[in-house]
Write a protein that binds this ligand. Structure first.
Ligand SMILES: CC(C)(COP(=O)(O)OP(=O)(O)OC[C@H]1O[C@@H](n2cnc3c(N)ncnc32)[C@H](O)[C@@H]1OP(=O)(O)O)[C@@H](O)C(=O)NCCC(=O)NCCS
Length: 146
């Protein structure tokens, strides 16, 4: 990693720092649902999720969550602290996430990006991802919190 930054696989004990970083970057959080401490811990324990963190010294300044369902890999919850944006760090985290997923046997990698998130759309397209305008995102939730 450039600028003396270090990349590591995060663990359940990093939960508070990850939450803080997501908040600082402005990512919406489901504190009582899939972003709760319990679910974060559980998701890591299952083994289909790998969370990569980028640190400047001890400070967590970047995070990305990779998951796979056995068929397809997903890049989720990518965030770079505002103090460190536009230095190519998200691009590096995407590359690291792709390497992780390929090592897990995934040959297709996808990301869900909301239409308003132009920086993220630009980032992923710059990284070689293709936008599909013929796909709709459908969900069914047990509650608004999840
Ligand atoms: C989206 C985000 C992760 C980008 O992080 P970053 O480290 O600043 O991105 P990079 O420096 O690696 O950018 C690489 C390329 O992506 C595009 N890009 C990144 N941020 C952009 C922005 N704000 N506006 C337009 N293009 C942008 C550019 O093409 C950029 O290359 P350039 O700087 O040479 O023009 C960061 O803005 C962030 O954390 N946003 C809030 C959380 C979020 O929305 N995450 C994505 C969820 S899907």
């Amino acid at each position: 990693m450039r600028d003396g930054l270090t990349l590591e696989v995060l663990v359940a004990a990093d939960y508070d720092q990850v939450r803080k970083l997501w908040a600082a970057a402005g990512l919406p959080i489901k504190p009582n649902g899939r972003d709760s401490r319990a679910q974060f811990t559980q998701q890591i324990a299952i083994g289909t999720q790998t969370i990569l963190g980028l640190r400047d010294g001890k400070r967590l300044i970047g995070v990305v969550v990779t998951t796979h369902d056995g068929r397809k890999g997903w890049i989720n919850r990518l965030a770079i602290h505002p103090d460190y944006q536009r230095r190519g760090l998200a691009r590096q985290l995407i590359t690291a996430a792709e390497e992780t997923l390929r090592q897990q046997g995934m040959t297709i990698i996808a990301a869900l990006i909301e239409d308003w998130n132009k920086p993220s759309l630009a980032l992923f397209q710059e990284a070689g991802y293709i936008v599909h305008d013929d796909i709709h995102y459908l969900t069914k939730r047990d509650s608004h919190d999840v």
